[in-house]
Ligand binder design. Structure first.
Ligand code: ADP
Ligand code: MG
Ligand code: MG
Length: 251
């Protein structure tokens, strides 16, 4: 029984087809890794699964928890339990982080809490992540460093407890401190929510602490290889050249 089932998916912008005939399935609680050279289409796949209106699906389906979400908006997908960490999170001036978190929580009946319970829950998560609570009164992502934005995403992840978290290079360009918060966030998510993960990453260090069930390789908008966790070591040692050559040969 698959949680996420993407089948025959082709998508892109108005004038730029980016993804071609993508098939990928993730079962509940599994950890999958998506790798590929720059510009392969990894982020686009994350955004298309999340329902980013920038991209149009030209064929194929996106099913999640038994529902066909292909034509649904991002809000509905988020409520269904899909979470995407953006490579570049948006800044929302005028909205303190705490209010933002309260608002997104209140949209979810399964997360119904009193104001007091909510305060306690957010405080506990901040502690777990070793996050300074002064963050909570700051405007969402405004003037936050890359590392701080990632910490906030981990806070959202642990608060929302999605069924599937797609983390797009959540670990890129982070200092040691931020990287440890992200690792801790991912571990806590796996431990407390038993949620599924689709990790888009180049950093094999962050993967060391995770049990990876499946690895996917994307080249030029196509998934060209799929294998066990050992595929990551292979890519670590040899890069993507083999896959790029094969893609070239296929035309
Ligand atoms: P990756 O995450 O694997 O590095 P992306 O998904 O960001 O790759 O990009 C894949 C390709 O699609 C790139 O050539 C990129 O320029 C193009 N692309 C992505 N988003 C857009 C967009 N909104 N408009 C036009 N082209 C885009
Ligand atoms: Mg197919
Ligand atoms: Mg990307």
């Amino acid at each position: 029984e698959q949680l996420l089932r993407v089948s025959g998916l082709s998508a892109g912008t108005e004038d730029n087809p980016i993804l071609h005939d993508i098939d990928i399935s993730v079962a509940a609680g599994e950890t999958h890794v998506l790798m590929g050279p720059n510009g392969a289409g990894k982020s686009t796949l994350g955004h298309v699964i999340m329902g980013d209106p920038v991209y149009k699906v030209s064929s194929g389906r996106i099913e999640f928890a038994g529902q066909d979400l292909t034509d649904e908006g991002a809000d509905k997908r988020s409520l269904a339990g899909i979470f995407l960490s953006y490579q570049a999170p948006v800044e929302v001036p005028g909205v303190p982080l705490y209010s933002f978190l309260r608002t997104i929580t209140q949209k979810r009946p399964e997360l119904k809490m009193t104001a007091k319970e909510f305060r306690k829950r957010v405080g506990d998560i901040a502690d777990e992540l070793d996050l300074n609570q002064s963050f909570l009164t700051r405007e969402l992502n405004v003037g936050f460093s890359g590392g701080e934005k990632k910490k906030i995403e981990m806070l959202q992840l642990l608060l929302l407890k999605p069924k599937l978290a797609i983390l797009d290079e959540t670990d890129s360009g982070l200092d040691v401190d931020a990287l440890s918060v992200v690792s801790r966030g991912i571990e806590a998510y796996r431990r407390t929510c038993d949620g599924a993960l689709l990790m888009i990453t180049h950093n094999t260090r962050i993967l060391e602490k995770l049990t990876v069930d499946r690895t996917h390789v994307m080249v030029k908008g196509r998934l060209v290889a799929e294998g066990p966790a050992s595929l990551i070591d292979d890519i670590d040692a040899h890069g993507f050249e083999r896959f790029e050559r094969e893609a070239e040969a296929r035309g």
